[in-house]
Design a protein around this ligand. Structure first.
Ligand code: BGC
Length: 390
């Protein structure tokens, strides 16, 4: 028998907890005027309130991440207080009957790790695996599902090629090297987790983008869309074959690709339809095809993120409804999708964009830390209730 389809929302430690003073992001933020995570949503202290709200909103699962820099503040030294904190967090989810999806790496690194060369250090996968071993040893029994690394290709390209995230490198080859290191880190972590608990499902959260030919019958456009699709969406998985029980997909948008021959250039024509507050095109139409393209891996799929920055809450309800319909369409064509996590449960710290983008089902007042469900959060609840009753 299949487990029931899971419904929930996702967060990540640095974006919601607050006061993660010991990681590379915090360090960089100190040199920035308007990009400081500070207390963020103070989720570190308010997680009970947040989970209670998730429960009220009909969720049956929750995706969160552990902050490596809290758990291992110094190389090889594991903080019992931090581990105890996460034990309480995970026990609270169990008490509420919310299934936990626990991500071990979501973009941030301990300062000591960065000082040792970060992900460019050949020892990085081993250092990561040592932390994963400690997590499994101390709190492994509290975790339902493990996600090793969030969006390896986004992390590698933003931090090592585009230079917009710490450590602000701008080298294509550094990106490639880091992506390979992340694949090794995933594989080592997988074996460490298996050793501790052969039953626990292990996977990865892969950012996926829909790439379509701007002119469906044009050979050049089709080729371009394919190349982009392979390198961004599938290449990483080819490097970790055999070391995952499920694939998590983080889906936000799609692009059309057009090959101009004279002078040669890759074009991305602007999307005519609606855009989010971050100017991301809203593209539920491309989601079914993406899900179907992951059928080939023959493992369950979870939508580990899908969301919209929408401060006025004008698009969010339809956004969720349309993506859920796209999932149903994929399921009818044989895609084994087993859960959906909206990004995000709370408004939060959107990395280099600071606090302006509002992704939350819960609106957060950053001065009082009050949380308030947006109207779309209740629409999502109605969708969940209806689907569970069906
Ligand atoms: C990341 C999140 C981020 C979200 C919205 C995802 O790529 O995993 O950390 O907040 O996108 O940009």
């Amino acid at each position: 028998m299949h487990d029931p389809f899971l419904w929930g929302a996702a967060t990540s430690a640095h974006q919601v907890e607050g006061t993660n003073t010991n990681n590379d992001w915090w360090q960089w933020e100190q040199t920035q005027g308007n990009v400081q995570s500070g207390k963020a949503c103070d989720h570190y202290h308010r997680f009970r309130e947040d989970f209670a709200l998730a429960k009220q909103l009909g969720h049956t699962a929750h995706r969160l991440s552990l902050e490596w820099s809290r758990i291992e503040p110094k190389p090889g030294v594991f903080d019992p207080k931090a581990l105890e904190h996460y034990r309480e967090v995970l026990q609270e989810l169990r008490r509420l009957n919310l299934r936990s999806f626990v991500t071990l790496h979501h973009f941030t690194n301990p300062v000591w790790f960065t000082k040792l060369g970060g992900w460019e250090n050949p020892k990085a996968p081993h250092l990561f695996a040592r932390y994963v071993d400690a997590v499994m040893r101390y709190i492994g029994e509290e975790i339902d599902v493990v996600t090793t690394i969030n969006e390896p290709m986004v992390y590698a390209s933003n931090s090592f090629w585009h230079g917009i995230w710490p450590p602000h490198r701008q080298s294509f080859w550094a990106m490639v090297r880091v992506a390979k290191q992340l694949a090794k880190a995933h594989t080592q972590a997988f074996h460490v987790i298996r050793k501790h608990n052969p039953q626990i499902p292990v996977g990865i959260a892969k950012h996926v983008i829909g790439f379509r030919p701007a002119r469906p019958t044009n050979v050049g456009d089709r080729w371009l869309a394919r190349i982009h699709d392979y390198y961004f969406n599938h290449w990483f998985l080819s490097r970790i074959a055999g070391t995952y029980d499920y694939i998590g997909l983080n889906y936000y948008f799609a692009f059309e690709k057009k090959l101009r021959l004279f002078p040669p250039r890759i074009m991305t024509p602007a999307w005519e339809g609606a855009h989010s507050d971050m100017q991301w095109p809203l593209r539920p139409d491309a989601f079914t095809d993406i899900l179907l393209s992951f059928k080939q891996y023959k493992v369950p799929l979870y939508v580990t993120e899908n969301g919209v920055a929408d401060a006025r809450d004008v698009y969010r309800a339809d956004f969720i409804r349309d993506h859920v319909r796209a999932i149903e369409a994929a399921q009818k064509q044989g895609a084994n999708v087993r859960g959906y996590f909206y990004w995000s449960l709370l408004d939060n710290f959107e990395w280099d964009k600071g606090f302006a983008p509002r992704f939350g089902l819960l609106a957060v007042d950053y001065t009082t830390f009050e949380r308030k469900p947006r109207p779309s959060a209740w629409v999502y609840k109605a969708i969940i209730d209806q689907q569970r009753a069906a």
